[in-house]
Design a protein around this ligand. Sequence first.
Ligand code: DGY
Length: 322
Amino acid sequence: AEIETPKKRRLVVARRVPAAVAERAARDYDALIADHDLDVEEAIAAVIAHRADAILIGHKVGLTAAHMWRLPDHLKIIANPSAGFDHMDVAACKARGIVVTNAPDGLTECTADLAVLLILAACRRAGPNAEVMRTGWRRSFGMPDNLGKRVSGSILGIAGMGRIGRAVARRARGFGMTIHYTDIARLPAEVEEGAEFHASLAEMLPNVDILSLHMPGGNGTVMTAEMFALMRPGSVFVNAARGSLVDEDALIAALSSGHLSGAGLDVYRNEPDFDLRLRDMPNIFLTPHTASATVETRDRMGFDALDNIDAVLAGRPALNPI
Ligand code: DGY
C-alpha cells in the first residue's frame, strides 16, 4: 500500500532572512521565500497566490485593519521576527481571528549593547571625534576643549524597564552609573536592584544626566518640547526604541540651543528618510536602526518566528502571541 506523506504546510517568507532561517523554512514548509522585502500589497498577493497557512513578515510592512480584512481565511498566523509590533493594527488582527506573534526575547541583549554604544558615543563625543580623525587631525585640543560628559558615576534614567531596559541597567551598573527608571508600575525589589522608581517620566527627567528610551512605540509622542525642557542642562538623550516616541523638531531645538549636550539615536520618525537636520547637530551619533543587527540575533529572531509558526500550525498555542 502507498504510504501517504503528510502534505507540507504552506508558508510565505515575505522578507529576506538569514540563510539558516531560509533553509529551515524550506526544509519544514512548502515555502515561498521572497528574494526582496515585500511591501504590503506584494505580501497579501503572495499569501493568496501561495494559499499560505502562515506568513513571516517584517516590521517595515504596515498592516492596517483594511489590510487584515483582505487576508484570506486559510492564513492562520502572521509571525513577526521583531520585538516591536507598532506597525500592525493589533485590535484588527484579533478581530480578524489570525494569530499574530512577535519575537521579543532574541534581541534584548544586542539592543542593550547598542544603547550602551549610543550612551558612550554621545557622552564621549564619538561622532565629532571620528570626524576629526576622518578629516585629518590638524591641531591638538587644548585642556578645556572638546570635552565630553563623564559616563562613570553619572545618573542614567531608563524610560521603560522591560527586558531591554533591565539589560541596559545591568550594563550601566558595571559602569558605576546610578539607575533611575520609570514604567507603568514599580518593579519588585529583586528586579529593581536598587534602581530608583519614578511614577512618571516628567518626575524622573530633572533627576538624570542621561535618558535612554526603552518603551514600545505606537502610543504617541512621549518626548515633547516640554519633556526635553525638563531634562537637566547638558544632559544626553538616547533612543534605540522607536522614532515615533520623539518630537524630532523639539529634539533638534534642544540640541541646537545646547540644552542637551548630545544625543545617540538608532531610530527615527521616518526610516530610512530620516530628518537630515539631525545629522548636522553639534554632538550626535546616529546609527541606522541596527540594534538587532548581529549574526546571532538575526538568526535567533528568524528561528523564533518559525517556532511560533510551527506551534500554531501544529495546533498548539503560539509562544509569543501579541
Ligand atoms: C524590533 O524588533 O522591534 C526592532 O526594532 C527591529 O525591527
